[in-house]
Design a binder for this molecule. Sequence first.
Ligand code: HEM
Length: 479
Amino acid sequence: MSLGILKITSRVRRRCCLGLMLPGFDEKLHHAGAGTMDGVRGPGARAGASEGLGLRFRITRVYMITGLAFLGPAWWCLIRAAPAIARGAWADPLLLAAVHLFVVGYALTTVHGALLQITPVAFQGHLYSVRLGYVQYVLMVLGAAAFPVGFLSGRWAVAATGGILVFAAYGLLLWNLGRTALTLKKRGEALRSAPVFVFLFAALLFGIGMALGVPLLGRASLLLHMVAGVTGWFTTLILVLSPRLIRVFVSSRHPGFERRGPELVLMAGALLIAAGVSLVPAPGQGVSKGLWGPGSFLVGVGSVLYLIAYGSFLFHLFQHLRYRRRRDLEWVIPWIAAGLAAGWPLTAAWGAAVWKAAGTGRTAGPMLLGMMLLVVFGFLGWVIAAYMAKILPFLRWMSKYGHGLTPVTRRAPGQRPVGVRDMMPKVSTILALLGFAGGAVLLAAGAWSGREEFARIGAGVGVLAWLVYAGAMWVMYRR
Ligand code: HEM
């Protein structure tokens, strides 16, 4: 009897210790996945569950570290693309290689890995298959690597092949998440966010078309490709997931939006922008009827809707921060929130540039190029890196210390594991985030002013920021 009581108190003590070290998101992430078998079906449900969870944690780490490996070469290519940025040469091979190393190699790979982790946590269910996730991974990496090869060698068919591989990875992701959706408790909420995948479909389709020399919508193809990829897919997905993630991170009392939320307005806005952009006339058909023609009108209305919904997401996000249960706020969370808040005026400026391009038919001017660089390398770069600085240390901590821990109170001081919040070096991570943002501002300044040195210094700052960020990750892995 007394032995039993001892065992129970020790178990409770161990839970308390874990609770202290893994606040908010961490507990929920752990428990939400605790029933996950992820292909480890067999005898020993508890051991299998923990192993399955470990597998899911590992696959996201693999995706994210791979994404990070693409980020450095992307900024490096930008140094060499500086003259092209200053000239406004959109189709320059180095610029194309840099942009796709970033959007496909870094951003899309990281987001794919994050979705495999976040979907079962944010919407409460079990990931269908980790193994399928690795097949997706191989396709993504091969596809992403084909882009610089194809663009730099001038063989766009190679880039198109890369696009097709990425498209196949996208198909597998949909299948994996679709099967996962069958297990989700908050399935309705997840399905409301699902239309965002249509934008990635459009971005990939138009990209492959252009690489094969068959621009599906003539002159509008590039603008539509960019709007669908940057705004319709990346920005929308980040916005849809952010309040849900922040809510879990800080354990918020604010109810959020289980039954209805601004997702549909956001996606309707993105759809109108894309529809407006697709009305940009082909060469020889004359320019659309100025800034108030049907194309720019749709872009304008869509942008307003999009920004209203964006504001609503930000409002909920800050309410979560305000009504959090845990008074102490992990240092990285304000940096994630700051990036998302700064994204609002940037998205507004990007919308204005697209509106002007749709109205005037000048879809390749320096203003649009600068805005694209700012939104992609600044906004997306910052937010993805900040989220990674929150998620990766936790996944690493769990694999190193999370299972079968001796209670902290029974360890010698030197043997106590570093707390999950202290895994990621703070100062160097913040410096890296500021470096990415500063680098992107200088890139944009280079495009707007036509001064090559601005773009070159900006890209150099980006490379340095990447080195600092990768160093911080390395330190985190060794802790
Ligand atoms: C979500 C993923 C993607 C995003 C956000 C994206 C974004 C962009 C951006 C911003 C540009 C303009 C860069 C410049 O012209 O300098 C661009 C151009 C281009 N993209 Fe993508 N891209 C994505 C995926 C793809 C894929 C899968 C392909 C397939 C091969 C592709 C093929 C192209 C091509 C061929 C161009 C150049 C078009 C031209 O200049 O005529 N992209 N993309």
